[in-house]
Design a protein around this ligand. Structure first.
Ligand code: MRU
Length: 312
């Protein structure tokens, strides 16, 4: 299954807002439909956003305003702007050239995720590994296979995975809805834990490595990823557990010197004070909803990309 692809002149993507209840493909024919799909997280995860951005430039058919709207659809994952810019650079050569670049980004992602899975599995020592992760970094966040969850998948395929402990990932539950769905489809052993339980479970023992993805890695190695990653990094440091970031080279942003320069998306109060249309906090409650946090590089044991292992 492909999370996102170019099919008969349009973008087709798995609508992730409908999972795990139903697996529905959405056909997107205009840039504004694609911007809507990105904003409501029908398509999400940094590598998938890179592919969406590039394919979206094909849909823009040279309209520079549309390209700019697409590039700004979400701010934190650098892959979106990266994919848009790479495809847009070929607009002067005509639509075929833009499509060629977008399809190359799609195919490169598939190859990169295989390579990251291999390299990450080689980096980890042990035969029966217990992995903790947050958010969704599986095939749903990319094209076919994942980044951090791709490493868990490779471990599972080699008989080296004891269990994945997946944080549910409030408020939109990417861990509960998407990661648990993917792990079940893989037949990989897993249990869901609340976000707040993560650092405590690390302290209690029983986790061999924390594997996370990334939305933007600054030049100094500071890493923006789903909210909750920083708490896991602190817990991992205290417990002496390796904290490993798995992300493609396209997520490294040399133009951003350090984490304090990364724009963190705030998704507004509605996602916290209500869940699927049902209010859970008293009427009038305000909320603060950063969708990502930044883990300083000194808390990161290694960054695994398709090309190398970086030790920040
Ligand atoms: O808000 P989301 O669901 O797009 O957040 C996604 C993440 O934080 C992922 O961990 C990150 O994009 C890496 S995906 C391989």
């Amino acid at each position: 299954m492909r999370t996102i692809d170019w099919v008969d002149g349009a973008v087709e993507l798995v609508d992730q807002t409908r999972l795990p209840d139903e697996c529905v493909t959405l056909r997107v024919e205009t840039v504004d439909e694609l911007v809507g799909a990105i904003r409501r997280l029908s398509v999400r995860g940094a590598p998938a956003l890179g592919v969406a951005g590039a394919l979206g430039v094909v849909l823009a058919r040279g309209d520079q305003d549309a390209v700019a709207r697409l590039r700004a659809a979400r701010p934190t994952a650098v892959n979106l702007a990266w994919g848009v810019d790479r495809a847009a650079a070929r607009i002067p050569e005509g639509p075929e050239a833009v499509l060629e670049t977008a399809l190359r980004i799609r195919d490169d992602d598939i190859a990169a995720c295989h390579a990251m899975g291999e390299r990450g599995a080689e980096l980890l020592e042990g035969d029966r590994l217990r992995i903790m992760t947050v958010c969704n970094t599986g095939g749903l966040a990319c094209v076919e296979r994942g980044t951090a969850l791709g490493v868990a998948q490779t471990l599972h395929e080699r008989g080296r995975l004891a269990e994945v402990l997946a944080l549910e990932t409030r408020p939109l539950l990417q861990g509960a809805r998407l990661t648990a769905w993917e792990l079940a489809r893989m037949g990989a052993p897993h249990r869901l834990v609340t976000d707040g339980a993560g650092p405590y479970l690390l302290a209690r023992g029983g986790v061999d490595a924390v594997l996370i993805g990334a939305d933007r890695i600054a030049a100094n190695g500071d890493t923006a990823n789903k909210i909750g990653s920083y708490a896991l990094a602190l817990g991992a440091e205290r417990a002496g557990v390796p904290f490993i970031v798995v992300a493609p080279e396209s997520t490294i942003d040399p133009a951003t010197p350090s984490g304090e320069h990364i724009e963190i998306e705030d998704r507004g109060a509605d996602e916290i004070v209500a869940f699927r249309g049902t209010r859970v906090a008293p009427e009038g409650t305000d909320a603060l909803n950063p969708a990502f946090d930044v883990t300083p590089h000194d808390l990161i044991t290694a960054i695994v990309t398709e090309e190398r292992v970086i030790r920040p």
